[in-house]
Design a protein around this ligand. Structure first.
Ligand SMILES: [Zn+2]
Length: 260
């Protein structure tokens, strides 16, 4: 997306659709939203890449690289992380941080609405962003009526006006989903119990795999057992994400170092 003004304008227009629900979270939530919707441009999230290489001598080398998270071709898992984090903070009654997190999710969703490359070599990013600014200026309030009345159902566009409506649609969807999920009752006690059971099951699987491997093939069996144990430890079932949205735990995405 182009300027911060556009980010904020799209947000303020989409907020009109959830004006009733907004009341419950109050001013601090809205303040956080406006901070978060522009913040990723100055407080960056880092993307982490892991490369595994086998050298000529047969050694395994693992290296990690850090770079800035992409905005226009953003990974959905980053948007999902901030969306879940917004619910996490809302359930813990921290309205400001909840707003910041949802704002950051919206920022990436809006940036992702501008398709930057029409063909592999032709970058149309600047042209689309100019068209967006132009559409807001020349159509005035009618542009939002148009965006509200059309359902595009696509993820990005190389046409300014269409990209603006895609950004609006995504913003509105994130806000509506957030309030719908927040209104649903959650059984915190039951979720806590399920998480505990899963953790016990994971430990049980890891220990069993290690014992069976060593008992059948000896110490060399650990070569197979260790990756299985790591995969088991890293596996995140749906219950974990439900627990995050209920305010019980934070699951940072594996491929990012988020700012929050
Ligand atoms: Zn951005």
């Amino acid at each position: 997306m182009p300027s911060w003004r556009v980010h904020r304008t799209v947000l303020s227009q989409a907020l009109r659709e959830v004006s009733e629900e907004l009341g419950a979270l109050g001013e601090r939530f809205v303040k956080g939203l406006y901070k978060g919707v522009v913040e990723p441009d100055k407080v960056s999230d880092k993307a982490v890449k892991i490369r595994v290489r086998i050298t000529r001598s047969g050694r395994v080398r693992v290296r990690s690289y850090r770079g800035y998270a992409k905005h226009h071709t953003v990974d959905e898992s980053l948007i999902e992380y901030y969306y879940n984090l917004a619910l996490y903070h809302a359930r813990r009654r921290n309205a400001f941080l909840s707003g910041v997190a949802l704002g950051r999710a919206i920022h990436y969703a809006q940036d992702g609405s501008v398709e930057t490359k029409r063909f592999p070599v032709l970058n149309v990013h600047d042209r689309v962003e100019e068209e967006i600014e132009e559409a807001i200026k020349s159509f005035g309030g009618d542009v939002w009526k148009l965006c509200r009345s059309t359902k595009l159902g696509r993820e990005a566009s190389t046409q300014g006006l269409e990209a603006l409506c895609v950004a609006y649609e995504k913003t509105s969807r994130l806000l509506k989903n957030f309030f719908t999920e927040l209104a649903e009752p959650v059984d915190v006690k039951e979720l806590r119990r399920k998480v505990r059971m899963i953790r016990i099951a994971k430990i049980w699987i890891a220990v069993t795999v290690a014992i069976v491997a060593v008992a059948t093939v000896g110490v060399s069996g650990l070569v197979i057992a260790i990756p299985i144990c790591i995969a088991t430890a890293l596996y995140r079932p749906k219950t974990y994400y439900e627990a995050m949205k209920a305010g019980l735990m934070v699951l940072k995405p594996y491929s990012f170092e988020p700012a929050y």
